[in-house]
Ligand binder design. Structure first.
Ligand code: IMP
Ligand code: MG
Length: 173
């Protein structure tokens, strides 16, 4: 197993995060921002972006993982759910990567059932080509090609999350 060529450098990531955080700070000004990080994958992106957001906010987390079944319908398991009351909150769900869209679509509908004031989605990466379920994305860091990537919180088999940049991952044969 090898980590292949870098796709996004530390500098590119930092610049994009500042841009996204500025937009979020402007859009949520005067609102009741609840930033929800989707773990594990988003833990680094989440901690970087919340520190760049210049308006008051409350943080919470959702720990979930999805298993793709043979018919490609996903099953999402929740390990830790949002504990904050979302009813009067403008929720911003912060995700590492949207691939098929199955995970995010499921979580989005689950949060909407709890009647937040509003719900927006921010994802660091978007693998658009792979989409099976259409999910509205409000803030997208980078659109990437259909390649498996690791680093900056993203894993292969729970490894490589600590790599500070995004790299294409190739399984050696
Ligand atoms: P989706 O339900 O297919 O959109 O899957 C999203 C989840 O799959 C993400 O939150 C990641 O945990 C994982 N994932 C999808 N593509 C990649 C990748 O290229 N690298 C690492 N994890 C990925
Ligand atoms: Mg993952």
């Amino acid at each position: 197993m090898v980590v292949g060529r870098p796709l996004l450098t530390v500098e590119q990531i930092q610049e994009k995060n500042r841009e996204l955080a500025d937009r979020i700070s402007a859009d949520f000004k005067g609102k009741n921002l609840l930033a929800v990080g989707l773990l594990k994958g988003a833990f680094i992106f989440f901690s970087d972006i919340v520190r760049l957001i210049k308006i008051p906010l409350v943080v919470d987390f959702l720990v979930a993982s999805s298993y793709l079944k043979s018919d490609s319908s996903g099953e999402v398991k929740i390990y830790y759910d949002i504990r904050e009351d979302v009813t009067d909150k403008d929720v911003l769900l912060i995700e590492d990567i949207v691939d098929t869209g199955v995970t995010l679509n499921y979580l989005r509908e689950r949060i909407l059932m709890r009647c937040p004031k509003s719900l927006r989605i921010c994802t660091f990466l978007d693998k658009k080509e792979r989409r099976q379920v259409d999910v509205p994305l409000d803030y997208v860091g980078f659109e990437i090609p259909n390649e498996f990537v690791v680093g900056y919180g993203l894993d292969y088999d729970n490894k490589f999350r600590n790599l500070p940049y995004i790299s294409v991952f190739k399984k050696s044969t």
